[in-house]
Design a binder for this molecule. Structure first.
Ligand SMILES: [Zn+2]
Length: 152
């Protein structure tokens, strides 16, 4: 039998804000609320939609109906408590680094093999393979060094 979770129930997460310039209220969809609560850096336009104006308006001109807080102040406060998604930046950096490593290694392997007549030996690909290995080893070392002390 499905049970309600009582006090932990998140319920309806929609929030209503008023565009002060025109006085119209707009409901912030629950999906949007969840998204910026999970990642306040997701919406960076500092604008929101006003159903009265039927247009995007600055967060600065809007206040929450329930708390009276300015939306811009609210979002700035949320962002102040949450660092930008470091993991995303790190993943992008890691991806670019991997591309660079395999590009370099692949280039070295190609250089060793390209002009080669006859069978390719280990010596031909060794510089490229060692560049890839050194690069991956360096990433591993940096990852190990960058782990927070409290991890695990
Ligand atoms: Zn408006």
């Amino acid at each position: 039998m499905p049970m309600a979770t009582g006090a932990d129930t998140e319920g309806d997460e929609t929030r209503v804000y008023v565009h002060q310039s025109c006085g119209s209220s707009t409901v912030m969809p629950a999906e949007v609320v969840r998204r910026y609560q999970a990642d306040p850096w997701h919406y960076l336009s500092d604008q929101t939609f006003c159903t009265g104006c039927n247009a995007s308006v600055p967060d600065q001109e809007c206040v929450w109906v329930d708390t009276g807080e300015n939306l811009q102040v609210y979002f700035d406060r949320l962002r102040a408590t949450t660092a930008p998604r470091q993991s995303v930046f790190l993943l992008v950096k890691l991806g670019l680094t991997l591309i660079a490593i395999f590009g370099l290694g692949g280039g070295l392997i190609y250089a060793g093999v390209a002009g080669k007549k006859g069978p390719v030996t280990f010596d031909d690909v060794y510089p490229g393979l060692s560049a890839i290995g050194a690069g991956l080893g360096l990433i591993g070392l940096l990852y190990w060094l960058s782990r927070p002390p409290s991890a695990e």
